[in-house]
Design a protein around this ligand. Structure first.
Ligand code: C2E
Ligand code: CA
Ligand code: CA
Length: 276
């Protein structure tokens, strides 16, 4: 390409080639990562605000590459969605999270809910509901112990809503993740088959310094309460944020202030419930 014209045009072409090559290489290794067992789940505890009891955990995907690097989901999930690889990865995540939940449930008598993130691409697969029920059956986890965290983009989609209704009938819980950043308006909420709202992390971050954000959070909580939805605050990093969410009446709190996501062994050990 360098022979023609010279200058900027060629430069950009090379840049594009390089970024394309990078993406292709990433896709290639992502494709093999599942077979090679390079994915792990970390778990971040979730606490009931009033009692301080740990009532569950969110499963968060990590890619542990053979070269030692731990890759954040933010870096590979968009590509996994584009290529459809998220379907296999996501099903693996549900199965792995359920295996862990079963271990936990067998070790202690208190209620425990495992939250798993589901990509819209994965959720829209025609056999997603069936495969999820299969995983529950195979792992022996009761449906009430599973929470699917979905995004607002699904809430305008009739087919997706039918699937949500199916899950609800089965007893699986649905949580609307990153609420306030997406498409659904507050008025959509009353007819959506969801059990919980997770207030988007940005609100938690900004509400104490930004009066408008603060009012939005208050409005979201008030509305969710009037609809009997469980309210989850995530990204809680400071005591001030915790106390504010507590006062507002958020039911569940999650964030670095209490606990970071951690490997399974660490969580089991921390709670003195290590199997070993
Ligand atoms: P998310 O579902 O909103 O998850 C919360 C993110 O915030 C996690 O980032 C978590 O580690 C981080 N976090 C938790 N507490 C705090 C805090 O106090 N402060 C701050 N600043 N951050 C906190 P992570 O693990 O990097 O995951 C990023 C996103 O990747 C997730 O956002 C979720 O959308 C996606 N993701 C993770 N695991 C899966 C998965 O298994 N399937 C799919 N489809 N998406 C996943
Ligand atoms: Ca989530
Ligand atoms: Ca979130």
């Amino acid at each position: 390409a360098k022979a023609h014209g010279g200058g900027r045009y060629c430069f950009f072409t090379e840049e594009l080639d390089r970024s394309f090559a990078r993406t292709a290489a990433l896709e290639h290794s992502l494709r093999r990562a599942l077979d090679r067992g390079e994915f792990v789940l970390h778990y971040q505890p979730m606490y009931e605000t009033v009692s301080g009891r740990m009532i569950g955990a969110e499963a968060l995907l990590r890619w542990q590459r053979k070269n030692g690097a731990l890759v954040s989901p933010a870096e590979f999930i968009p590509l996994a969605e584009e290529t459809g690889l998220i379907v296999g990865i996501g099903e693996w995540a549900i199965r792995e999270a359920c295996r862990f939940a079963k271990l936990w449930l067998d070790a202690c008598s208190e209620p425990f809910e495992i939250s798993v993130n589901v990509s819209p691409v994965q959720f829209r697969q025609p056999d997603f509901a069936k495969r999820t029920m299969d995983v529950l059956r195979e792992t022996g986890v009761p449906p009430e112990a599973l929470v699917l965290e979905i995004t607002e983009s699904l809430t305008r989609d009739d087919e997706a809503i039918r699937k949500l209704e199916f899950f609800k009938r089965q007893g699986i819980h649905i949580s609307l993740d990153d609420f306030g950043t997406g498409y659904s308006s507050l008025s959509d909420l009353h007819h959506l088959p969801v059990d919980a709202l997770k207030i988007a992390q940005n609100f938690t971050k900004d509400m104490l310094s930004n009066e408008k954000q603060c009012r939005i959070v208050k409005a979201i909580v008030a509305l969710a309460k009037s609809l009997d939805l469980v309210i989850v605050a995530e990204g809680v990093e400071t005591e001030e944020q915790f106390l504010f969410m507590h006062r507002l009446g958020c039911d569940i709190i999650q964030g670095y202030y209490f606990s970071k996501p951690m490997p399974e062994e660490e969580l089991l050990a921390k709670s003195g419930r290590s199997a070993s």
